[in-house]
Design a binder for this molecule. Sequence first.
Ligand code: LLP
Length: 425
Amino acid sequence: MNPTTLLPSTILMNQVDLKTLIQEHGTPLYVMNESYIRHQAQLFKASFQHASFQTEIFYASKAFLTLAMVKLIEEEGLSLDVVSLGELMTAIKAGFPSQRILFHGNNKTLLELQTALKHKVGLIVVDNPHELDLLMSCLTHPQDVLVRLNPGVEAHTHEYISTTKHDSKFGMSIYSGETIEMIERIHNHELLNFCGLHCHIGSQIFDPASFQKEAYLLLEFMKKLKEKHLILTSHLNLGGGFGVRYTEEDDPFDIQIHFKSILNFIQTTCDAFNLDYPRVSIEPGRSIVAQAGVTIYSIGATKTTHSGKQFVFVDGSMADHIRTALYQAKYEAKILERPLVEPQAVYSIAGKACETGDILIHECALPLPQVNEHLVVFTTGAYHYSMASNYNRLLKPAVIFVSEKEARVIVKAQTIDDLLGLDVV
Ligand code: LLP
């Protein structure tokens, strides 16, 4: 399914003309194809199934979370991974069933743990021994937990979004004695139920073999727990990280084929290791929402520098689009009024923030942009709104959901009053 359709004089999302949204809501504007998100949720659910295992899909909230998004995830029957009080309370406020919430984080506070317990979340993923002490200090009832492990798998992605090299801050190494001690403490605690293992090897991963390697190392660890320590493991959570297409350089693997083969691999490895089949889960974030989203900007000045570099300035910035500055991420964009016109030159798309690194797209082939035309940047549904800031006191844009039936605001644009509302003189 394509989230957008290019016509000679505009771009449609479902049947909605993006130009009409600008008239109503202005720019910058995040627009997300709700039908596409539902389609992805259904595709993941249908593909991540196996006759011999129970499976579960936790949508990783950090990619994009609002009350409306929580409702969508609930309606589509996915579970939810949260990592902070804010994400947890967004889920609770939207009425999400707490038994389907999994609580992550490498430094959960006492308040976060207490709140997770109060709302009876389904699973808490313990990251380290200090966190376990905190959890034990505030337990009021039995709690299912997973332990986050670091198997040191090298997934080929940007250093900042790779999470399981040996020096990563996340989880406990499978090679450390401390990890076994921590699991034994959980196993022996009368109110804690040690369910199993969690790992997330990184984000925007294109090689399915990395997930196979991860699964193998975790199953090997499960075997060791069983044989050496007599501890059984009922859950195996492989995290998220499934890559998506930002530009034509990206070549994501086929979810349907890959999920089938990883689940079959887990089955044969369990058989070989003499392990009972665990409940297997994943935590996709980006792959559910990234391609659903576009950001629309108004084009302002253009400038050719003394050295010949051609800039196009837009009315947004790194405050609503940080991924290029942070990860050298690449994007594609079109002029909304002329999406099918052949490009004439390669431009750098820059924002209005006071920062030389405020570049949205370093090399963007476009027809000569005109003042007051609009630029549509594609694949901005994940880690854009959720990573937006108020740098330079710029305001966060609204978010619109476009379904088959309607376009509706799911987050209002921030106002100057909102911005000043927390200041005290
Ligand atoms: N589970 C855990 C434990 C995670 O840490 C993450 C992402 C996910 C699941 C979801 O990964 P996904 O399927 O979305 O790749 N801000 C960065 C991405 C950071 C991801 C952090 N953890 C970016 O914009 O690329």
